[in-house]
Ligand binder design. Structure first.
Ligand code: NAD
Ligand code: ZN
Length: 352
């Protein structure tokens, strides 16, 4: 297979400016890297945060965003063994593009916390292009026979919510409140929660998201845009009115991050995953102590979380809706995303 010198990509030239669809050179893989011909890439809200420069972490500029890329290995470095990746294998490029594998974090399988981590679509170019580089050690093997379009959102959204649910400590039969349930992470969170035997309260806005959440397994849907007292509404939807055993915060606004401890059950956990710009977590010390509430952050997943999340998907347990659109439509998708108008995920078709 011949690899071209130039390729189509969506490039953000400076923070805050929309992506430009243009031709750029194809990169060559280093000794420990693979070059993946992208077939599909999901669009995560993180890509929009990166475009806008929302976070106190500098990104490269100009930047090719994207970190939910599914495709086929077309070239690899000399250090990549055939049992890692062969030419022609299906591979996934995730947010964690590479890590040092030798620091204390990497040594104890916390590679997302590696201080030298390289991030796809943030510190290195990502999956909104025809050919993307990834470190072989961190790239995902995609199980045989699964469709690559539906696999793409698993690579960030799926792994992240699966990890978050494990971090919550919620056990089968218990209730999890999913805040931002109608979005990309939220739609997958409902499917993983269901597969893990959890009961679901979905919180988001609008009737399209309501219908989607009910079809994905939510027992209750609370519309934050029209419900006067969200806290009471969540509590009354839980067994005994005692609150949710766990709360997964996936929303892109600060308010629910301040509210969640009010409707979590005593001894329950609040897991922050969404990353709204400039937001703070705030909770009263008194009730947090006397109700023994845990508040924690959860950040993507390690390599094994990735294997497990893909395995749930390959076994047919995870079916979340997505819409397909051409790579050239990324700017329009960012606009819809910024307005909170996307139910589920968009998956970009990368041109051949
Ligand atoms: P999305 O835009 O698809 O979904 C966000 C949803 O939140 C929308 O449906 C929106 O309506 C909803 N929402 C907004 N305000 C709300 C409120 N007050 N109450 C309830 N719902 C509300 O975004 P996404 O791609 O699912 O990403 C969600 C967030 O997670 C982003 O901030 C993203 O950067 C972050 N993220 C974090 C990690 C991690 O590892 N921690 C990984 C991936 C994404
Ligand atoms: Zn993401």
């Amino acid at each position: 297979m011949s690899i071209p010198e130039q390729q189509w990509a969506q490039v953000v030239e400076s923070p805050g400016s929309p992506p430009v669809y243009k031709q750029i050179p194809v990169a060559h893989p280093g000794p420990d890297e693979i070059l993946v011909k992208m077939h599909y890439s999901g669009v995560c809200h993180t890509d929009l945060h990166a475009m806008k420069g929302d976070w106190p972490l500098p990104s490269k500029m100009p930047l090719v965003g994207g970190h939910e890329g599914a495709g086929i290995v077309v070239a690899k470095g000399d250090l990549v063994a055939d049992d890692e990746f062969k030419i022609g294998d299906a591979a996934g490029i995730k947010w964690l593009n590479g890590s040092c594998l030798s620091c204390e974090m990497c040594m104890q399988s916390d590679e997302p916390l590696c201080p030298h981590a390289q991030l796809s679509g943030y510190t290195v170019d990502g999956t909104f292009q025809q050919y993307t580089i990834g470190k072989a050690a961190l790239a995902s093997k995609i199980p045989d026979g699964v469709p690559l379009d539906a696999t793409a959102p698993i690579l960030c959204a799926g792994i992240t919510v699966y990890k978050g649910l494990k971090e919550s400590g919620a056990r089968p039969g218990q209730t999890v409140a999913i805040v931002g349930a109608g979005g990309g992470l939220g739609s997958l969170a409902q499917q993983y929660a269901k597969a893990m035997g959890l009961r679901i309260i979905a919180i988001d806005a609008g009737d399209e998201k309501k219908a989607m959440c009910e079809s994905l397994g939510a027992e209750a849907y609370i519309d934050f845009s029209s419900t006067e007292d969200v806290v009471s509404a969540v509590k009354s939807a839980t067994p005994g009115g005692l609150g949710a055993h766990a709360v997964l915060l996936l929303a892109v606004s600060e308010k629910p991050f301040q509210q969640a401890t009010e409707y979590v059950r005593s001894h329950g956990s609040v897991v922050a995953i969404g990353l709204p710009a400039g937001a703070f977590l705030k909770a009263p010390v008194f009730t947090t102590v006397v109700r023994m509430i845990s508040i924690k952050g959860s950040y993507v997943g390690n390599r094994q979380d990735g294997v497990e999340a893909l395995d749930f998907f390959a076994r047919g347990l995870i079916k979340a809706p997505f819409k397909r659109a051409p790579l050239s439509d990324l700017g329009k998708i960012f606009e819809l995303m910024g307005e909170g108008k996307i139910a589920g995920r968009y998956v970009l078709e990368i041109p051949e």
